[in-house]
Design a binder for this molecule. Structure first.
Ligand SMILES: C[S@@+](CC[C@H](N)C(=O)[O-])C[C@H]1O[C@@H](n2cnc3c(N)ncnc32)[C@H](O)[C@@H]1O
Length: 363
């Protein structure tokens, strides 16, 4: 990946006047043009990906910069970079000023690696090379109702990721880190851990949710279960020498095979999005491991109750393609919990895009 100097471009130009941008039709583009724009969605995704990989947002500082200045900093060609920036400006990612320089917008700032709300790795994750191989097979997946990943790559998605696509696995971990860190504090705020001595995060990624909970509750102990390659890179706070390490245990494993963890509360966040059989086995393993009365909190994005339907439904289709999975509706998630024998309690929003389903393991 291109490395960008940490020094952002700085010029002596004064505050720019931004161009008005393309003149909007009274009620947005006509259907014919809107459809043309939509079918070029790949161009938009590719442009965002290119900007993220080149590090354009990191190179552009608070002062306006010309394409020539940016190209020099990024060691690329000026004309193509200008074309890339112009294309992105149409979507509100960077803005071109009247004097031909470029400045940040709210969205382009989110592509900076150092932005506190950075979406750089999410942008890369959603446009990784394997996504471009599977999207053209969406009609096949709709016909068959299942993943196309095995046919395209000859193995399952996570095996491919960890065995053959190390950069993609790294991007995945960074993207999950971003989204976990952004939602971990919301989860810690929402969950009442009264009476909980041990909390387990099943498929907990690098353990950001767990670390937030342990930080908030100094007497609680935690267990992180995820695939071996993932727990090996767990949040440094949880690992040996980390400030929470004495209260944290790592369990490398496959939650579809077994969940050898005794806890008072099990968290399962953004996991039950794969195929139904994996969901069935994971929930059955939690129920088998847990004592009667233990709490199970399932946290998911919903496709039927979300203010961000375009994003959630796009993820839903990608899950169909890569793991034969799905984002859930409230009803489909409740059905799976009931099938596993869990007693469903309160269902509450965690934040604008996640819901928590409180369940109990019956006696
Ligand atoms: C979408 S991420 C969610 C991570 C975390 N729960 C969160 O919300 O931030 C899915 C996680 O499931 C893990 N995973 C995938 N297959 C698994 C398996 N068979 N057993 C345990 N974890 C698995 C992945 O490694 C990844 O960390």
């Amino acid at each position: 990946m291109t490395t960008v100097s940490s020094t952002s471009i700085s010029t002596t130009l004064t505050t720019p006047t931004t161009l008005p941008g393309p003149i909007p039709a009274a009620h947005g583009p006509q259907p014919g043009m809107r459809l043309r724009e939509l079918v070029f969605g790949a161009a938009c995704a590719a442009a965002v990906r290119a900007a993220a990989r080149l590090g354009v947002a990191d190179a552009l500082g608070e002062t306006p910069a010309t394409a020539a200045e940016l190209a020099a900093a990024l060691q690329c060609e000026q004309q193509p970079l200008q074309r890339l920036l112009r294309a992105l400006s149409c979507y509100g990612i960077f803005t071109e000023t009247e004097d031909g320089t470029f400045v940040h917008t709210e969205m382009s700032r989110l592509l900076r690696e150092d932005d506190p709300h950075s979406l750089r790795y999410i942008a890369l994750w959603c446009t990784e090379p394997w996504t471009w191989q599977v999207w053209p097979r969406l009609d096949d997946a709709v016909r068959s109702g299942g993943s196309v990943f095995q046919e395209v790559y000859g193995k399952g998605f996570f095996d491919y990721l960890h065995q053959d696509a190390h950069e993609s696995a790294h991007v995945f971990n960074r993207a999950m880190t971003t989204s976990s860190m952004q939602s971990a504090l919301d989860v810690a705020d929402l969950l009442d851990l009264t009476g909980v001595s041990v909390v387990a995060d099943i498929g907990g990624g690098q353990g950001h949710v767990l670390a937030s909970l342990l930080e908030k509750h100094p007497t609680v102990r935690g267990v992180l279960l995820d695939l071996p390659g993932v727990v090996a890179k767990a949040d440094p706070r949880l690992r040996e020498g980390g400030q929470l390490a004495e209260r944290a245990a790592m369990v490398p494993g496959d939650c579809r095979q077994a969940i050898p963890v005794e806890a008072d509360m099990y968290i399962i966040k953004n996991i039950l999005e794969w195929d139904d059989e994996s969901t069935r086995r994971t929930l059955a393993n939690v129920v088998a491991a847990a004592r009667p009365g233990a709490r199970v909190v399932i946290i998911e994005n919903l496709v039927d109750d979300s203010p961000s339907m375009k994003f959630t439904t796009a993820m839903d289709l990608l899950l169909l393609l890569n793991v034969g999975g799905a984002k859930h509706t409230k009803h489909s998630l409740c059905t799976r919990m009931e099938d596993a024998g869990l007693l469903i309690g309160e269902i509450r929003p965690v934040n604008a895009y996640l819901h928590a389903f409180e369940c109990t393991v019956p006696g």
